[in-house]
Design a protein around this ligand. Structure first.
Ligand SMILES: [Fe+2]
Length: 326
């Protein structure tokens, strides 16, 4: 997770938007700016950013500042601690918050594409199509009410937000192997980002529990798809996006929840979100299990016989192996 992008021009540093230096926040990392072709120290560790800092950068037309790659972890923590608060601050005009959300999410998504998917995918001509879906999905989500819901999710449990962006990245790559209309792809993206929004209604103590859940806790966790749909009722989502949220824990063999419906009754997009959700979860360290390699995750999923649609699973394996299938 991070809100940065690698700067090809400054080895050892990554570039971030100066808009990420939130007023009154401080980061435990140094910030550099480029002046006359050289990087100069702009702010030290623990320096509180002020409106003056920001307007000075703005007046000088600075569009990116730099942080040392060794400070990546610290920058991630800083973003985690400050992004949600900024987005929820109603004194900041909605337009400015929407812009920040878009910039931060786009950087995180770009980084995930680079880290989690084969480089070949990024080089293909079709990637421009995926990039367009990503932009349109983020623009849709940056609107007032959905922005508020996502910022609340970040504040409630940043890990779930981070996971949701991973699911979004894998879902767009997988669904791009079908020839779907652009509007449909954007709504699948929206459903993927919002699929776990219902976790807003689950106690973080349960979400972060390091051991196995009790039967009662399991029932509580299993309410999150329906809670997610309820939370999204004012967001003007399409049926496709709603289905991704409600059905992402259904399984092809009927072993899922909330309805235990089987293959044939689960919409394709929801099955795709459910499949990549499991992959993203297995390949990320969780409170109760360590991360496994992508190869191992696919092996585990293959052994969950009948849980996933065979064709969809095959396509996902091909996407991850960089095969030319689109
Ligand atoms: Fe979920």
């Amino acid at each position: 997770m991070s809100g940065q992008q690698q700067s090809a021009r400054e080895p050892g540093y990554f570039a971030v938007s100066p808009l990420m230096l939130f007023p009154k926040a401080f980061g435990r990392f140094k910030v550099f700016i480029r002046q006359a072709g050289r990087l100069m120290l702009y702010a030290s560790e623990n320096e509180v950013y002020t409106r003056e800092h920001l307007s000075r950068l703005h007046e000088n037309g600075v569009s990116e500042v730099f942080v040392q790659t060794g400070d990546r972890e610290r920058f991630d923590r800083y973003l985690e601690n400050n992004l949600a608060q900024y987005l929820l601050n109603e004194r900041v005009p909605l337009e400015a918050r929407a812009r920040i959300f878009h910039i931060a999410a786009r950087s995180m998504v770009r980084e995930l594409y680079g880290k989690k998917l084969p480089a070949k995918l990024l080089k293909r001509a079709q990637f421009a199509r995926i990039a367009a879906f990503v932009e349109k999905t983020l623009a849709f989500l940056a609107r007032g009410e959905s922005l508020k819901q996502l910022a609340t999710l970040m504040a409630h449990d940043f890990k779930t937000y981070d996971h949701s962006l991973q699911v979004f990245v894998f879902a767009t790559a997988l669904m791009n192997t079908y020839d779907l209309p652009e509007d449909e792809m954007v709504q699948i993206g929206v459903g993927a980002v919002l699929h776990d929004l219902g976790k807003l209604g689950i106690d973080p103590a349960i979400l972060d529990k390091p051991g196995p859940l009790t039967a009662e806790e399991t029932l509580i966790v299993r309410t999150h798809p329906a809670k997610g749909v309820a939370l999204c009722s004012g967001l003007n989502l399409s049926l496709t996006a709603m289905q991704c949220i409600l059905f992402h824990h259904e399984r092809a063999d009927g072993s899922g929840y909330p309805g235990s419906v089987g293959n044939g009754e689960i919409p394709l997009a929801a099955m795709a979100v459910g499949l990549v959700d499991v992959f993203a979860a297995l390949t990320t360290a969780r409170p109760y299990a360590s991360a496994v390699s992508p190869f191992e995750a696919l092996r585990v999923m293959r052994d969950m016989k009948g849980a996933f649609d065979t064709e969809l699973f095959k396509r996902f394996v091909m996407v991850l192996s960089g095969a030319e299938i689109v």
